[in-house]
Design a protein around this ligand. Sequence first.
Ligand code: 8YV
Length: 316
Amino acid sequence: MPKAMRDVVLRGLEDRFTVHKPYESADPQAAMNAIAGSVRGLAVSGLKVDGAFLDQFPNLEIVSSFGVGYDNVDAAACAARGIMVSNTPDVLTDEVADTAIGLLIMTVRELPAAERWLREGKWAGQGAYPLTRATLKGRTLGIVGLGRIGKAIAARAEAFGLTVHYHGRNKQQDVAYPYHATLKGMAEAVDTLMLVAPGGEETRHLVNAGILAALGPQGVLINIGRGTVVDEAALIDALSKGIIHGAGLDVFENEPNVPAALIALPNAVLLPHVGSASVATRDAMGQLVADNLVSWFETGKAVTPVAETAGITRRS
Ligand code: 8YV
């Protein structure tokens, strides 16, 4: 269903284009149907854009999507119709990398539980919070998806004294970190897995029971990418049986719903998808949503096209 976007997006568009806001209507779907024939550009955030959705918009030229991940948009279907798709990379890289490292430390050193200990009066009542069994020191971090955000996390991890490995579809020539052609091989070689992979069918349940078993009892899993990359049921099983040590998750399979079984686990640190969620970063992402639309209609090119539609230029 259509929903409101940040003010910065509207500010960037309203003086140049006729902007329709179907989400302000009592019946957003009907409001969208009423204007669909005249729509040439869409600004979306998390909205499912597939072939059937695109069929409603015969004159659509560009889908400007909020977020670096665009698994909600069927970019291949857009490309087949000559429709440009843009996303919002780069402007969120540092924010997400900072969150990833924060979540890693929170998980390994049990900082949320330690804080709850103080707030619940246990420090004064029962004494010191128990020593954490895990430490960041000496850990080897295996990054799944060494793109822009993965590299920013790697640089931070190195500053913390961690050894970095990576797995992805291809070995990168300009990267010195050890490369693993298989995720299983990397999970066996490291004790900490950092998931930065995009969502979609290609990465669905990449991390399953077998990968978690390979990571082992000292293992810590951090997911800052997409929830669908992890088989959540297998993760709950692995955490409850001590097959891995702990997990820090910013993303989930069925957001905003998080299984009660996961919430009940003491060795999971759970964040409500806040990786990029500061005012400054979300405004920068919103500005880029607007900039892509403006650039498309003024110059015929998007600022940050996604790979699938990078070759598409405006027809007239
Ligand atoms: C946003 C994200 O929360 O950029 C992404 O891929 O997951 C986040 O920054 C999300 O896109 C909002 O829809």
